[in-house]
Design a protein around this ligand. Structure first.
Ligand code: SF4
Length: 78
């Protein structure tokens, strides 16, 4: 799955939403989140993010790995 990390916080550009073929990117509070079970790993969202907030789960920079769990937890708490 793909993960949205810190650069999205308080920005919420939402360019990614337009690209996602399965509509699995959701707005939640201060950032956008990708539903880990709905994402089909197409990668379409990653290049359109103006702040490079989106990463494949194995490629999330070390300082933002907590966001991988945050994207999961967001949907668990709904
Ligand atoms: Fe949607 Fe594809 Fe991005 Fe997953 S990788 S969130 S399916 S656009």
């Amino acid at each position: 799955t793909y993960v949205i990390a810190e650069p999205c916080v308080d920005l919420l550009d939402k360019a990614c939403i337009e690209e996602c073929p399965v509509d699995c990117i959701y707005e939640g509070g201060r950032m956008m989140y990708i539903h880990p079970d709905e994402c089909v790993d197409c990668g379409a969202c990653e290049p359109v993010c103006p702040v490079e907030a989106i990463y494949y789960e194995d490629d999330v920079p070390d300082q933002w790995t907590a966001y991988t769990k945050a994207n999961v937890d967001f949907f668990d708490e709904l």
